[in-house]
Structures are given as structure tokens and as C-alpha cells.
Design a protein around this ligand. Structure first.
Ligand SMILES: [Fe+2]
Length: 264
């Protein structure tokens, strides 16, 4: 559960709504005071982000903005901070090998994925919601649109979430996803990947991204990966880390994530 709280509450209606939220979820008051407003956000680093329109990635041509963006005055956009409802978050949500079991363990290779969420100055971002979704080991999502001829796993949903700790660290236990065809071009296959969504300290800091695995031969053919500027591309590939494995149980990968932060 995510609340969006605008800290510039002025009208009676806004005050009434905010009081109702704080009465029902008193921890929001703490979250508001521990989520300081950013003085000014750094501009988006276009040296690291893919373009809105990428010819190799066909659906961006219809989904991406066709016109120049309208810049929203910062006073409207930046005072709104995400505040999370703790009652909806359970520790098992970070364990995708257990959070959807019906009659056994999910099939596939267990992996641990750990990392830190940092701002552009390298400062850790605690209390940051990290959401993860993915295909199963056979390369199939639990979604009606996904009709890939591969089996679903009754014990795997492919969705998890957690909050970063005081040092900005997060951790997931999951199954290594399979590659899947996606119809973008002839014989198109997505590399193995995890999808991530994060909320930062203000709504403009939200990031939706993907994590890839080292050594995947499909990376060289994937337009989504290749549309990311070359200097930032490898930041999307996790590091295999023997020290993060669990002996006899799961391999370990490290994937740090940087969110847009204050300009200074
Ligand atoms: Fe995907």
C-alpha cells in the first residue's frame, strides 16, 4: 500500500484527508518527518537513460511521448512524498520461493539478489520500497496476456517487495527467470531479467528498471538493453558474488540501484 502525501497541505479538504490518513495509519507521521523534502532535484541524466523513442524497441514508438514534455513546476511535483502502509508489507514478501506456494517448492535455480539503493551522491536511501516482478524458470509470467508456450509454476507468482534498511540495503530470494520470446522482431528473445520498481524520497525520483545476469548471450541481441547508452549499460548487469551465495542452497548476485537525488 502506498500513500502519496503532499506536505503542502493548505485547504480544509486536504487537511481533513491528511488527518484521516494519520488517524488510520499513525506511522505515516513518522515517515513524513523522516522523508525530508529535497531542496532541488538533479536533472535527469540522459547519458544513462534510454530515449523515450527507440526504433529498435518497437512499442516505444507508440507508448513513448510524441511531443516535448510539459515541465511541471517543482512546487507542485516535489513536495509529494510516498508513504508506505506497513500493514501490507510482510517479511515473506521478499521471498518469492515461498510467498506463493500451494503444494511444494517452485521449480528452478534459487538465487539471492541483494544490493543497496543510493542517491546520485552515493548516500544510502533507507525506507525505500523495492518491488520486483519476473518470469518463472521456464520464461512465463502469471498474466493472461502472456501466452508463451511454456509451463506456469503453481508455486511461483513472480512478484515480491521489501523496504530498504537503515543502510539502504535490500534482499530477495527468488528463482532465476528464464528467457522468453517477445515478438519485437523475428526470433526475438528477452535475456533473463528481473523487473524493479522503486520510489525514492519524492515522486519524481521513481525508477522502473531491469536487472540482467552476467554472461547472458542474449544481451548482444536485446534492443531494450542496447538502447541504454553504452556507458550505463553494464550498470544493469548484476555482479555474481560468491560471498552472497548460501552454500548448498542459492547463488548470490549483487545489484545496486541509484535513484535521482538532490542537485547538491
Ligand atoms: Fe520481462
Amino acid at each position: 500500500m502506498v500513500f502519496i502525501v503532499n506536505t503542502e497541505v493548505k485547504t480544509q479538504r486536504q487537511k481533513k484527508t491528511l488527518n484521516a490518513i494519520l488517524t488510520r495509519f499513525p506511522f505515516c507521521r513518522d515517515a513524513m518527518t523522516t522523508s525530508p523534502l529535497l531542496p532541488a532535484l538533479a536533472s535527469r541524466d540522459w547519458q544513462s537513460h534510454p530515449p523515450y523513442q527507440a526504433p529498435g524497441y518497437k512499442s516505444t514508438l507508440t507508448r513513448g511521448p510524441q511531443q516535448p514534455l510539459v515541465v511541471v513546476p517543482s512546487r507542485l511535483g516535489e513536495p509529494s512524498v510516498p508513504v508506505f502502509g506497513l500493514d501490507g508489507l510482510r517479511d515473506i514478501d521478499r521471498d518469492l520461493t515461498r510467498n506463493a506456494r500451494r503444494n511444494g517448492e517452485p521449480l528452478g535455480e534459487r538465487i539471492r539478489v541483494v544490493g543497496r539503493v543510493l542517491d546520485t551522491h552515493g548516500r544510502p536511501l533507507p525506507h525505500t520500497l523495492v518491488e520486483l516482478w519476473q518470469a518463472n524458470a521456464a520464461g512465463r509470467y502469471v498474466h493472461k496476456v502472456d501466452q508463451h508456450d511454456a509451463p506456469l509454476d503453481p508455486n511461483f507468482l513472480g512478484a515480491g517487495r521489501c523496504l530498504t534498511d537503515t543502510q539502504g540495503r535490500y534482499e530477495f530470494l527468488t528463482i532465476k527467470p528464464g528467457a522468453y520470446p517477445w515478438g519485437n522482431h523475428p526470433n526475438a528473445w528477452r535475456p533473463q531479467h528481473l523487473h524493479f520498481s522503486l520510489f525514492g524520497q519524492a515522486m519524481p525520483c521513481r525508477l522502473v528498471t531491469q536487472m540482467y545476469f552476467p554472461g547472458d548471450p542474449l544481451l548482444a541481441y536485446d534492443p531494450i538493453y542496447l538502447e541504454v547508452p553504452e556507458k550505463a549499460r553494464t550498470s544493469l548487469v548484476a555482479d555474481f558474488a560468491l560471498e552472497e551465495t548460501r552454500e548448498g542452497f542459492a547463488l548470490g548476485y549483487v545489484f545496486d540501484i541509484v535513484l535521482r537525488g538532490a542537485s547538491t
